[in-house]
Design a protein around this ligand. Structure first.
Ligand SMILES: [Zn+2]
Length: 293
């Protein structure tokens, strides 16, 4: 049984985001030629504009730039490879799981078992049905449907935190940090927050070709891009970068080899520290409070 293809997170609705991006390129003098890949949402310029209540921890502790590696949509055909590699490389990674994918086939159940028993990783919520199987507009128009779907995933997967990545949407609700990429989704995302969930979007995506599932950018290009995003302050919180990747991309050995290069490059760079999603500033507080249910 095959795993249904899951659309990329940045699916085709965000036209307003695109135009805002163009405007900001003009204002910020963004030099596309000097950068092999654009940040997923380069309009998220929050340098010096960190929301009230969110501490700027970029210079705290060891002063390192914090990177949160996140993989969406598993368990699917790439998950086993990603898990084996991150265990071998001993890097912290957060997997955002789709509830239905844990029980669609025997092999997916087996992969889910492996994820649950693995150490050094974090399992988070990526909904139960992946937005009614990628019907994003329909899904987000009904906040009750969204909350029910996310709750079902949390309950059935017995997740130990309340960190959610909204399917197909780059939305953030972490304490005072609030961002919604597509405004029509705002009531649903607000309902999730009111129900006690913490929403984590992403600062940079490792894009892939949706037809071939092949990576678009090499690991070296992504390493350059990560450095560029940090330097330009294109992250939701200064000094903290959430990278989005997708398990299904890493079925082929050549793409998996690129992931290995990326992980080793990040580990080798003494400016970086790799952390789990629940170590992102503000998440711990959100995760500990009793949910309003
Ligand atoms: Zn997804």
């Amino acid at each position: 049984m095959t795993t249904p293809a899951v659309a990329t997170e940045g699916d085709p609705e965000p036209r307003s985001t695109f135009f805002l991006y163009i405007l900001l390129i003009a204002f910020a003098g963004w030099q596309c030629q000097s950068s092999p890949a654009s940040p997923t949402h380069p309009h998220l310029i929050v340098k010096d504009t960190i929301p009230a209540g969110i501490a700027d921890t970029s210079h705290s502790n060891n002063g390192k730039r914090k990177i949160y590696l996140t993989f969406d949509d598993g368990p699917n055909k790439g998950t086993r490879n990603v898990l084996a590699l991150v265990k071998a490389e001993n890097v912290p990674v957060s997997f955002f799981i789709v509830g239905e994918h844990t029980k669609m086939s025997d092999w997916q159940k087996t992969v889910w078992d492996s994820l649950q028993t693995a150490s050094g990783i974090l399992l988070c919520n990526h909904s139960y049905t992946h937005a009614l199987h990628n019907k994003y507009s329909k899904f987000y128009q009904n906040p009750d449907t969204v909350v029910k779907d996310i709750r079902q995933a949390e309950t059935e997967l017995q997740l130990k935190n309340h960190i959610v990545r909204a399917p197909g949407r780059n939305c953030w609700r972490i304490g005072a940090l609030s961002y919604t990429d597509i405004k029509k989704s705002k009531p649903a995302i607000d309902s999730l927050q009111a129900s006690g969930f913490t929403l984590m979007g992403w600062d940079l995506e490792w894009h892939f070709n949706p037809d071939t599932l092949a990576l678009i950018h090499t690991a070296d290009e992504m390493l350059q891009q990560i450095d560029s995003v940090f330097r330009r302050g294109f992250t939701q919180q200064k000094g903290h970068l959430v990278l989005l990747a997708h398990d299904q991309v890493f079925q082929r050995k050549e793409d998996l080899a690129q992931l290995k290069i990326l992980l080793e490059g990040l580990k080798r760079n003494s400016k970086y520290e790799l952390l789990l999603a629940n170590q992102y500033p503000g998440i711990g507080v959100d995760s500990l409070v009793l949910r309003k249910r």
